[in-house]
Design a protein around this ligand. Sequence first.
Ligand code: ASP
Length: 438
Amino acid sequence: MNRIACKFGGTSLADAAQMRKVKAIVEADARRQIIVPSAPGKRTKEDPKVTDLLYLCHEMAEMHADLTGPFGMLRQRFVEIEAELGLAVGIADAIDAFLGQVRAGCSRDHAASRGEYFSGLLLAAFLGAEFVDPHDHIIISSTGRVDPITYQRLGQRLVEDRRYVIPGFYGRGPNGDVKTFSRGGSDISGAIVARAAGAELYENWTDVSGLLMADPRIIDSPRPMAEVTYREIRELSYMGATVLHDEAILPVREIGTPICIKNTNRPDHPGTRIVARLSEEEDKGTEIAGIAGKQGFSMICVEKSLMNAEVGFAFRLLGIFQRRGISIEHCPSSIDGINVIVEQKYLGDAAPEVIEEIRRMLDPDSVTLVPDLALVAVVGEGMIHSVGIAAKVFAALRDAGVNVRVINQGASEVNIIVGVHPDDFQRALRSIYAAFVA
Ligand code: ASP
């Protein structure tokens, strides 16, 4: 069976008109059998996302506040879609039952998951597809990652040659309760379902025509990418490229299923293909895949002479972060120094205590904190084989007057990361982009 798994994002399902576009897309290719919807997103800039309304309802219920406002908006959105599409799913009753659940103290994840659930009920009826509840089949571990047993179990549920709708964003946690992925997690669900169903392609339908080489809010009309590798996209989306959730690549990457990012509003546009290896004939016309950047890091710089000869120094240093549950993002080092880069939000107010502990346990020559650091990543598979990429990056930064605080090249050699002061962030991105894209 040649099947395609299609995930539709929130704006693709925001109202009845968008749902009609989704139906036309699905019916245009008989292989589009596995459909994963998000909750309805924004119809206009000011419009609330359904998932945000659900979180709000839950929060207000916990405070015993009056839910009438957000709940009414939520109800109206689904009831309108049902009526405009001429469906009779009984969505109003289902949503009223949910109000009872939220008032009775259902979990936050359960409340948040209902956006995808109701959206899935409507879409399944509209497409004449079978509804499959991910709560019964997608197992999510306590760390928020999919349990691999899911692939087999869900695969067995999706064996028939017919169309299925499986809501995104949630599954079942270790205790059997509804558990969601992190925000934007329907992309992860789409990848899991594509893998479980043995789909030949994972189409991720959104409101942009594929991925751009850089953030259009910073770079004017950046070039679109026709093809990009899993490794490149993983680096770019981790570093802030926002179209795809940064954990959504892994389930399909492990088995080599290609992903295609497509635009529901321009279905004929080829979009961006994400693949294991770039096709030979694909000429990007530039040596890099893209540039991305992320703010909100802190860096702790530890120096000690002859550190390289002290067995266990790095182990003890990193242990200090581990015991405090602080995840480490990057760890560039030199002979007598290590820098530990962490997200500010995880270090929080603990920085003085961490520094004190480093002093006590490691007796370094110096420990300093760079509280605000922005990272810029230049990403491209071609980097390993091309001479002069780093020279181009640093020349661009020099010419733009940007002071580089730290440099890191990942072991995969698919990126060069530079840390700069947040005030230099946009200038750094623009100057590097201009150096590589004529
Ligand atoms: N509805 C969820 C969110 O807004 C998940 C998703 O749309 O991917 O985060």
